[in-house]
Design a protein around this ligand. Structure first.
Ligand SMILES: *Cc1c(COP(=O)(O)O)cnc(C)c1O
Length: 437
C-alpha cells in the first residue's frame, strides 16, 4: 500500500501559487483543477507504470492515466524508446514523413469502418473536423448531440456538454454566440424517441448524429441495449452521417473500440488519446467516399502545422503495436482487474452504508454517489457531488489519485497490478469510514 505517513503538500502549494499568478486557475485545462472536490491540486513530477509521484515525493496509484491515453501506464519503455528515436532525427518538418502512413495503417487495420484517416493534434480538432465534413457531405446544417457527451471545445459542440463543463455546472460556454449553436440539437442520451422526434422536426436537415458510444464525460454511462443499433438504423434511413466519437473509447474498451465491442459501423469515427501514446494526436476517418471531400482532394478545408508530428506518430505506433501484439492478454486482464476493483469498492460502500452505484465498460468506470441507476445526464446529475469530494480527498490523502470530478471516468491500465487493486479497495474502506466520521 502506498505510504500514508507524513504526506507533505508544501511544494504543490508553492507551485500552484506560482502557476495561478500566470495561468488562469493555474491550469491549462479546467478538468485538472480541484474546485469541484476541494483540497490542494498535486503537481506531478514523475510517473512509472500505474504509479505517480508529486512534487513533495508523495506516491499515488493513478486512475486518471492522463485522462485516458496511458493504457500502458506511465513511461512505457517501448513508447519512450520510439519517442527518443524519432526526436533524434528532428522534431517536425512540415513535410510528409513515413511514420504517418505507419500509424494510418495500424488504425485502419484495427477500425475497419475507416478506409481513410486524417491525423490532427487533438480530439477537439478531430470532432470539429468530422462535423464540418458531415455538413459538407450532406449539405445539411443541423447536428444532433447528446446531453452530457463531450466532444471537445469547438463552438458548436459546447452545448450541454459533459466533462469540465458539467463539473462546473454551466450549460455551455460564454463567448459562443447563440447564432453559432442554433443548428446544434442536444437530446437526452439513451432516449431513442427523442432522436426520432428530432428527425421529424428537422426533416432532411440533420447532417449528423455525434455520440460517445460509451459516454465517458458525464462519468461512465454505457449505451442501453440496442440504442446504438437504433441510432445506426435511423441515421441510415435519414441519410444522415453517424459519427462515433471514440476519442476516449478507441483502443480502450476493445482494440477496435466501441464499434468492435458492439459490432456497429459508424460513417465517421474520431480518435485521440490512446492513438497518440501520450503525445498530442487526434484523428478522424471513414469511408473513402466521405473522406475524399477533405482538402486537397475535395472542398472541405482542414489543416495543421504540427499534424502528423513525427514524435506523436512514433509514440502512437509503439502504443498500438504493443496493444495489437498483446491484445489477447491485455483486454481480458483489464476487464477482470477493473471488475474486481469497481465491485470491491462498491461492496465497501455498501458495508459502510454509503449510497453508491457504479457503471463500467472494460477499463472505463465511475462510482456515482447516488443510488442510481445512472443512464443519462439527468440521473448522473442527481449524484451527491459533495460526498464525492469527501471521498476523493480521503482517497488522495491515502495515496489513490482519482479524477477530481464526479463527472469524469476513471481508467485502469495494463500496468495496474492485483496488489494495486487490493490496496485501493482497502483504502476505499478507510475512506468511506472517514467520510462518516
Ligand atoms: C477527450 C475527448 C475529446 C477532446 O479531446 P482533446 O484532445 O482533449 O481535445 C473529445 N471527445 C471525447 C469523447 C473525449 O473523451
Amino acid at each position: 500500500m502506498p505510504s500514508t505517513t507524513s504526506r507533505k503538500i508544501e511544494q504543490s502549494r508553492r507551485l500552484q501559487q506560482r502557476a495561478e499568478s500566470m495561468i488562469p486557475g493555474g491550469v491549462n485545462s479546467p478538468v485538472r483543477a480541484f474546485g469541484a472536490v476541494g483540497g490542494d491540486p498535486r503537481f506531478i513530477v514523475r510517473g512509472k507504470g500505474s504509479h505517480i509521484w508529486d512534487a513533495d515525493e508523495n506516491e499515488f496509484i493513478d486512475y486518471v492515466g492522463s485522462w485516458g491515453p496511458l493504457i500502458l501506464g506511465h513511461a512505457a519503455p517501448d513508447v519512450l524508446d520510439a519517442i527518443v528515436g524519432a526526436a533524434c532525427n528532428g522534431t517536425s518538418f512540415g513535410a510528409s514523413t513515413p511514420s504517418e502512413a505507419d500509424l494510418a495503417e495500424m488504425v485502419l487495420a484495427a477500425v475497419p469502418s475507416m478506409q481513410r484517416v486524417r491525423f490532427v493534434s487533438s480530439g477537439t480538432e478531430a470532432t470539429m473536423s468530422a462535423i464540418r465534413l458531415a455538413r459538407a457531405y450532406t449539405k445539411r446544417k443541423y447536428i444532433v448531440k447528446f446531453e452530457g457527451c463531450y466532444h471537445g471545445h469547438s463552438d458548436s459542440l459546447l452545448v450541454k456538454a459533459g466533462s469540465g463543463v458539467a463539473t462546473l455546472g454551466i450549460p455551455g460556454s460564454a463567448g459562443v454566440p447563440e447564432e453559432f449553436i442554433q443548428f446544434t440539437v442536444a437530446l437526452p442520451f439513451n432516449d431513442i424517441k427523442a432522436v426520432e422526434y428530432a428527425f421529424q422536426k428537422f426533416k432532411h436537415q440533420i447532417a449528423c448524429v455525434i455520440v460517445e458510444p460509451v459516454v465517458g464525460n458525464m462519468g461512465c454511462v454505457p449505451a442501453a441495449d440496442d440504442y446504438l443499433v437504433a441510432l445506426r438504423l435511423i441515421t441510415e434511413r435519414e441519410k444522415s452521417v453517424l459519427i462515433f466519437d471514440e476519442v476516449m473509447t478507441g483502443f480502450r474498451v476493445a482494440f477496435g473500440g466501441a464499434q468492435e465491442l458492439y459490432n456497429i459501423r459508424p460513417d465517421l469515427t474520431t480518435l485521440g488519446k490512446i492513438i497518440g501514446g501520450g503525445l498530442p494526436v487526434g484523428a478522424y476517418g471513414g469511408s473513402s467516399e466521405i473522406m475524399n471531400l477533405v482538402a486537397p482532394l475535395g472542398p472541405m478545408y482542414q489543416a495543421g502545422t504540427l499534424s502528423g508530428n513525427p514524435l506523436a506518430m512514433a509514440a502512437g505506433c509503439a502504443m498500438l503495436k504493443h496493444l495489437r501484439d498483446e491484445k489477447q492478454e491485455i483486454y481480458p486482464r483489464l476487464e477482470k482487474l477493473s471488475g474486481e476493483l469497481v465491485e470491491g469498492v462498491a461492496a465497501a460502500a455498501k458495508d459502510s452504508g454509503v449510497p453508491l452505484c457504479h457503471n463500467r465498460v472494460g477499463s472505463m468506470f465511475t462510482w456515482y454517489f447516488t443510488p442510481g441507476p445512472v443512464t443519462d445526464w439527468e440521473s448522473a446529475s442527481k449524484s451527491n457531488t459533495e460526498a464525492f469530494g469527501r471521498f476523493f480527498r480521503a482517497m488522495l490523502d491515502r495515496g489513490v489519485y482519482l479524477p477530481p470530478s464526479q463527472y469524469e471516468a476513471a481508467f485502469l491500465g495494463s500496468t495496474h497490478t492485483a496488489e494495486d487493486v487490493q490496496s485501493t479497495i482497502a483504502v476505499a474502506k478507510q475512506a468511506f469510514a472517514a467520510m462518516k466520521g
